[in-house]
Design a protein around this ligand. Structure first.
Ligand code: DUC
Ligand code: ZN
Ligand code: ZN
Length: 503
């Protein structure tokens, strides 16, 4: 007998058949069964023969497993601060929320090479329950880093670099950013970039503090949309000069999105990502009393409530084509009260009389690896803002193409990894942190009613989470080595006399 007491494992063509679901891919929606063999999709069609294991998807929607291409997990800063999330808990949360792969960040500390920064990071990541890849943060682009370490890293399958235009000590000057772009072009890597103007933010912080503003809402007042728009414009212009593809991370507002749309209309290889926080939260969350606003401090900052519709519109017109979590493991009771924690704050680490930090020193970031897809499904699909293929493109397929995982992740085609999520589109839930699997003591979506929830998550053909129970053990995720791919290639258009191979 087979594992479910049905069929015969020895004779089955498939290890697993997911039967009777409504399949949603990046392109279409149709009824079919999925046959899985050796962890991969082997067949898609009606009335497939019985598998050794059968999972019923009747009345459910089946999508590719989510790929979250922007997560901060167990990052270690030079001062020893660590995000309060382990790869084990973070990836358990991911699975429960329908995400089967993630890309997180190998840090570089200024004054150090890539190899000596954050020793042991790869070993910690190996505890993941889902497949994982890395972006390499570059904070100190020395010739040795760019010419010796980056190509070695790319050869190991780390095909994307991350640049910060703000945060001390992470940020790059324009000259340093240009060198990173040129090195990425030479070695065939994508560049992702955090776009905000550091000096403008610093100037605003000084003025706000001098005026006596210390509450979390000051975070948004110090980082208005134009500091993001200016840096987005600059990043795109510098990338155009070098002819290097880039993705602009976490776009929060129309002003920045418009810069990306303009670049794309001119044929530049520029892509934009946004996050659920910019689609659903606002200044109102930063204004919560008793320091609760700190739960919504992330960068770029949350915007006025009306901005959310404009960000949705930029999803609608394709300018923003990836929704990531930008998950950060800062708990409210601890890290959010430790000034500057983890390097993601800006300015003096001063405390208010009640012991909470000034707005500028609150660690930036919100936890969202588990809620990313349920919030997107509910606010997007259930509320009729996006259709199912768009949901699939935003949640997995586009990031897979952008980061060299196309065909393997974000797809239901034969040959792809059998990463599948079964969604109950009618399930109504209220998000409660107590029900989530991350190691953080809050969610900014506490109390939000959602419609649509993942009931079963299958990772490489194995049921990895079911009805909120995570079954995949720590360490069962695999490193995703990424080879050369189309979207990381330059256009081949450089200004006259420009030698892109020069430093
Ligand atoms: N933004 C955040 O909100 N957190 C981590 C880093 C970032 O850029
Ligand atoms: Zn960022
Ligand atoms: Zn981030």
């Amino acid at each position: 007998m087979g594992r479910n007491g049905e069929g015969d494992a020895g004779l089955s063509e498939f290890d697993l058949v997911v039967r009777g679901g409504t399949l949603a891919t990046a392109a279409e929606v149709f009824e079919a069964d999925i046959g899985v063999r050796d962890g991969r999709i082997a067949a898609v069609g009606l009335n497939l023969p019985r598998g050794a294991e059968e999972v019923s998807a009747k009345g459910l929607i089946v999508t590719p497993g989510g790929l979250d291409p922007h997560c901060h997990i167990e990052e270690l800063s030079p001062d020893g601060a660590v995000h309060e999330e382990s790869f084990s808990s973070g990836s358990a949360a991911a699975l429960a929320g329908g995400t089967t792969s993630l890309i997180c960040f190998l840090p570089q500390w200024k004054g150090h090479g890539l190899a000596e920064s954050a020793p042991g990071y790869e070993a910690r990541a190996a505890q993941s329950r889902i497949d994982y890849g890395f972006h390499q943060i570059i904070t100190d682009p020395t010739p040795d880093v760019l010419e010796r370490e980056v190509p070695a890293l790319v050869a190991r399958g780390v095909r994307s670099l991350k640049a910060f235009l703000t945060y001390d000590p992470l940020r790059l000057s324009d000259g340093e950013f240009l060198r990173v772009l040129a090195a990425a072009r030479r070695h065939g890597a994508m560049v992702t970039v955090h776009c905000e103007n550091f000096d403008a933010i610093g100037w605003r912080i000084e003025a706000l503090l001098a005026a006596g503003v210390t509450d979390p809402i000051g975070h948004a007042w110090a980082r208005p949309p134009l500091v993001e728009r200016e840096a987005t414009h600059r990043a795109i212009a510098l990338a155009e000069l070098v002819d290097q593809p880039i993705q602009v991370f976490h776009v929060s507002c129309e002003e920045a999105a418009a810069e990306i749309a303009r670049a794309r209309a001119r044929g530049l290889r520029v892509w934009g990502e946004t996050c659920p926080q910019y689609l659903t939260l606002s200044h109102d969350d930063l204004r919560r009393p008793d320091f609760e606003g700190a739960k919504a401090v992330c960068s770029p900052a949350l915007r006025e409530a009306g901005e959310r519709d404009r960000v949705w519109r930029r999803i609608g017109d394709g300018t923003l084509d990836v929704v990531s979590s930008d998950h950060c493991g800062f708990s409210f009771a601890t890290a959010k009260r430790s000034p500057g924690g983890g390097g993601y704050g800006q300015g003096a680490a001063e405390l208010r009389p009640d012991g909470t930090p000034f707005f500028n020193a609150i660690p930036n970031g919100v936890p969202g690896i588990e809620t990313r897809l349920p919030v997107l499904f509910s606010e997007g699909v259930s509320k009729g803002r996006i259709n199912l293929p768009t949901f699939v493109r935003l949640s997995s397929a586009n990031a897979a193409a952008l980061f060299g995982l196309g065909g393997r992740k974000g797809s239901l085609a034969p040959g792809a990894d059998a990463d599948l999520v079964l969604w109950d589109p009618d399930a109504e839930r209220v998000i409660r942190n107590a029900d989530l699997h991350h190691a953080i003591d809050y969610t900014p979506w506490e109390g939000m009613a959602v419609k649509g929830w993942p009931t079963t998550t299958i990772r490489r053909g194995e049921v990895a989470a079911r009805a909120g129970e995570v079954l995949a053990p720590p360490g069962s995720g695999r490193f995703l080595a990424r080879g050369p791919y189309a979207l990381a290639r330059p256009r081949g258009v450089v200004p006259d006399g420009f030698d892109a191979a020069s430093r």
